[in-house]
Design a protein around this ligand. Structure first.
Ligand code: PLP
Length: 408
């Protein structure tokens, strides 16, 4: 049996997979087992922020693995690399956020943020935004998508309420009727199809949280670490969250995440409130330290602003002939969504792109997402846009043929 057949036979499949067995990667490219090269415009869902096999990541892993990977008694003991990372993060954390806890995934960081918000406030109501995505643990799933998202796993976590993005009236109404523990929000919805929260809504949200003693949780798992051109997307809003969660690009491919809290939140956290075997493990810390140092030394945020503008400009021009297929282009740095007409179109376009050597991310609500390496260069932008154009032409031709066949 080949790789794909073995995975299909013995893996517990929870999604439909693309028929590609990826063997290695370098920068923005990956190669399959047959040696075919693909341009990766997914970066593993926004994770390989410095591209594949970046030398600073490889050498951080090698060097730290040779020293120590897991502390004796894990988080009960101190670690030089963990303390260096904590200190370095002070340079990038938004004002007011200081204390950091390291986790293993974005969902775990959000789960902990919700858990601590409930504990600190002594309340249970958590407000979330429709179309958001915060992870796949039971509590994060219950604040993702919409009220029915966790219906398969009954009983649902109670007291979660959803409002539409930017709906200030609905937000104010919930606050007037309930004692709210927290509001969890992505400053830019990623899985929701690249939707930027308005500044006005963010400020109204901050005010309501502050006046009512609720905590504002900014989920920057996807939008953080330079993805949208600033280190964290909340920087563009002027809003100060009480808890900020981060993950994905934080360690460029090594499973690692974190959440940062204000001193006021930290004061409400007691011994035993949270923990985990791998939390803050030295290997993850070493990679995160290397990634952060690289991002700061090379001003990756500034690079993303430039390449994001180039990519969105090139896409805008390239998409003109396809206005029947692509209804809208939404861009936030190097987080880009193409709004198509149906999920079927997105699935088909993803497959055609794959056949043409371009990897893109199909996303809910008929959106095709582009989340490339943050170090994407001009030549890769040109190549990616050309491959996308070819793929759209193919999709358009297929659709025209099927319309002709129906009318014949
Ligand atoms: N939050 C956001 C905004 C995300 O985009 C994701 C994943 O896509 C998560 C949380 C969950 O992160 P993880 O898959 O690392 O658990």
């Amino acid at each position: 049996m080949n790789t794909i057949a073995i995975e299909d036979s013995f893996g517990l499949s929870t999604c439909s997979k693309q028929a590609i067995a990826v063997e290695r990667g370098a920068g923005s490219y990956v190669w399959d087992e047959q040696g075919r090269r693909y341009l990766d415009f997914t970066s593993g869902w926004g994770v390989t922020a410095l591209g594949h096999a970046h030398p600073v990541i490889v050498s951080a892993i090698n060097a730290q693995a040779a020293k120590i990977m897991q502390n004796p008694n894990s988080g009960f003991t101190y670690s030089p690399v963990r303390s260096r990372l904590l200190q370095k993060m002070q340079q990038v954390l938004p004002t007011g956020l200081k204390r950091v806890f390291f986790a293993n995934s974005g969902a775990e960081a959000n789960d902990a943020a919700i858990k601590l918000a409930r504990k600190i406030t002594g309340r249970s109501v958590v407000i979330a935004i429709s179309g958001s995505f915060h992870g796949r643990t039971l509590s994060t799933l219950s604040v993702s998508g919409g009220p029915d998202n966790a219906a398969r796993y009954l009983p649902k976590v109670p007291d979660n309420m959803f409002i539409a993005l930017d709906d200030e009236d609905a937000l104010a109404q919930i606050f007037s009727q309930h004692a709210v523990a927290a509001v969890i929000i992505e400053p830019v919805q990623g899985e929701g199809g690249v939707r930027v929260v308005s500044r006005q809504f963010f400020h109204a949200l901050e005010n309501l949280c502050k006046h009512n003693g609720a905590l504002l949780i900014a989920d920057e798992v996807q939008s953080g670490y330079c993805r949208t051109g600033s280190f964290f997307a909340v920087e563009n809003t002027g809003v100060s969250p009480d808890i900020l969660t981060m993950g994905k690009g934080i360690a460029g491919g090594f499973p690692f995440a974190a959440f940062a809290v204000t001193d006021a939140v930290a004061r409400g956290v007691e011994k035993g409130d949270h923990g985990g075997t791998y939390c803050g493990n030295p290997l993850g810390c070493a990679v995160a330290e290397a990634v952060l140092a690289y991002m700061l030394n090379h001003d990756v945020g500034q690079q993303v602003q430039v390449s994001g503008r180039l990519l969105s400009g090139a896409l805008k021009a390239a998409l003109k002939p396809f206005s029947g297929l692509v209804k809208e282009l939404r861009c936030a740095g190097l987080l880009i969504g193409l709004q198509l007409g149906s999920d079927e179109q997105v699935q088909r376009l993803t497959q055609i792109c794959l056949d043409n050597g371009l990897l893109v991310t199909p996303t809910r609500n008929a959106v095709l997402r582009i989340i490339p390496s943050l170090l994407l260069n001009e030549q890769e932008i040109e190549e990616g846009v050309t491959l996308l154009q070819h793929s759209l032409t193919q999709l358009q031709n297929e659709q025209n043929l099927s319309v002709q066949a129906k009318t014949a």
